[in-house]
Design a protein around this ligand. Structure first.
Ligand SMILES: Cc1cc2nc3c(=O)[nH]c(=O)nc-3n(C[C@H](O)[C@H](O)[C@H](O)COP(=O)(O)OP(=O)(O)OC[C@H]3O[C@@H](n4cnc5c(N)ncnc54)[C@H](O)[C@@H]3O)c2cc1C
Length: 445
């Protein structure tokens, strides 16, 4: 129940407060709860647990193994695991027999919601509007009143990225992909342009070309990338999604980290191979096997450089990466599957000047941010440290480990085992060589 009178009373005190209840902070709540010693409250503006509802296409699937759930990687015995959910729902054997190559996102959302209903201290319909320092503590102000804490964990998600050409154009027919399922507009006989060649662009393109009732007239798929490229899910690339690699990456110089992130783009932002194949097969059916009137246009290596109102709908101008000739596309609906960026959450604006910001928060090893707040106040961030922790940071795979690290830091004790399992790859120069190099430098010096 929401404490209605809290805004006029003294703020409620909590050992830990979380802003946002997505997978990141839900995992934190699930790992904190069995410890039992901390008084924690998490706030989310949504009415109940929802996982990217604007992109919950019925057949969208998870891009990670289901064992990368909220808890299993640090506590496989937890009652909040995905396997525990399947067992409690009485579908464990059928789940095995169904042999999904990838679990559907809607089932993972159901699992998340099931966990969210069991843990006390999760408040929905509670948006946070401001975080301030008052009387030496962090005070949260929002629709559920005032809360006071010394340990704040930010898990409020990333910000949809709108490319400059479309910044002032958002309207019922120009939308970011995160709104796709919310917009109740008709696609019937429309020309639709999907901008963005990553997983989300691919999911939306597939959804549109599979519509039978209310099918569009034409769908364009436009991407800056040189082709419609697959996610690299190979075994050695998946070693980038390990605590050991995250720690190794954290210690690298800033420029090296930045160039590795570009180099590793397809390890996180490519399209899953299964989805690419099913899109290709669908195009084959449309072209050769069905009497379909749907027109398709696939245009990689193009960047949206400007857009304006056309005679009917929109006129997009694209710049080809290899030909110096601008291209125009006339369209009715524009869907920007252009990803997400890290930006300072608006509710931190009153303490923004005290926060170290260099294209993102500057995090310490325990995911607390650098800021000049009172020494007893720590702010931890979830999913905001891609620049310092690598491509895995905004994704699901390392969430339990990151929360184990945060919990150990909050408790000042090793409650969860965090030492990384040894990778097959020697990321780091062996210690003996480090020592030899240090010795050499001191002799030469
Ligand atoms: C469609 C989609 C599918 C994805 N699938 C995968 C996948 O399969 N595998 C993978 O590894 N990664 C995936 N990701 C990437 C990543 O794992 C998810 O984005 C994940 O949801 C991040 O979790 P989060 O808890 O950090 O943030 P979010 O899930 O974004 O949750 C943030 C929460 O904060 C709340 N909030 C925001 N502002 C406030 C405020 N002021 N007050 C209160 N509450 C607030 C929001 O309502 C929201 O519920 C996917 C991303 C998207 C967009």
């Amino acid at each position: 129940m929401r404490p209605l009178t809290q805004s006029i009373m003294r703020p409620a005190k909590r050992d830990v407060m979380g802003i946002g209840i997505g997978p990141s902070n839900l995992s934190l709540a699930a790992l904190l709860h069995p410890i039992g010693r901390l008084n924690a409250t998490f706030l989310d503006q949504k009415p109940e647990f929802q996982w990217h509802p604007g992109l919950m296409m019925p057949d969208a699937s998870l891009q990670v193994h289901f064992l990368k759930d909220l808890v299993s990687l640090v506590d496989p015995t937890s009652r909040y695991s995905f396997l525990s959910f399947l067992a409690k729902k009485g579908r464990l054997l059928q789940f095995i027999n169904a042999s999904f190559s990838r679990v559907l996102r809607c089932e993972f959302e159901e699992y998340y919601r099931w966990v969210s209903k069991q843990i006390p201290g999760l408040l929905f319909d509670s948006s946070v509007e401001n975080v301030a320092v008052e009387d030496g503590a962090l005070t949260l102000h929002g629709s559920s009143g005032r809360w006071r804490t010394g340990r704040l964990v930010i898990g409020s998600g990333l910000t949809p990225y709108i490319p400059p050409a479309a910044v002032d154009m958002i309207c019922p027919t120009v939308m970011h992909a995160s709104d796709f399922m919310h917009r109740k507009i008709s696609f019937t006989d429309k020309r639709i342009s999907v901008i963005g060649g990553g997983q989300t662009g691919a999911e939306i393109f597939k959804h549109l070309i599979e519509l039978t009732a209310g099918a569009p007239y034409r769908v364009d798929w436009i991407s800056r990338r040189a082709n419609f490229l697959p996610l690299d899910e190979s075994a050695f690339t998946n070693e980038l999604y390990t605590p050991e690699y995250s720690d190794y990456f954290f210690d690298l110089p800033r420029n090296t980290r930045a160039s590795l992130i570009c180099e590793q783009k397809l390890a996180s932002d490519g399209v899953s191979g299964i989805l690419l194949s099913s899109i290709f097969r669908r195009i084959y059916e449309i072209q050769y096997l069905r009497s379909s009137f749907l027109e398709l246009s696939l245009r990689p290596a193009r960047e949206l450089v400007s857009m304006c109102k056309g005679e009917r709908g929109w006129r997009l101008t694209l710049q080809h990466a290899h030909r110096d000739i601008p291209e125009t596309v006339d369209t009715d609906i524009v869907i920007l599957a252009t990803g997400y960026i890290t930006s300072l959450p608006p509710y931190l604006s009153s303490i923004a000047k005290r926060i170290a910001w260099d294209d993102g928060f500057q995090v310490e090893e325990d995911f607390s941010i650098q800021w000049d707040g009172p020494p007893n106040c720590k702010i931890y961030v979830q999913g905001y440290a891609r620049n310092q922790r690598g491509v895995a940071d905004p994704n699901l795979g390392l969430i339990p480990w990151r929360n184990a690290t945060i919990i150990n830091s909050i408790m000042g004790a090793q409650l969860y085992e965090c030492s990384p399992q040894k990778s097959f790859i020697d990321w780091e120069v062996p210690l003996t060589d480090h020592e030899d190099a240090t010795l050499l430098t001191s002799i030469q010096g």
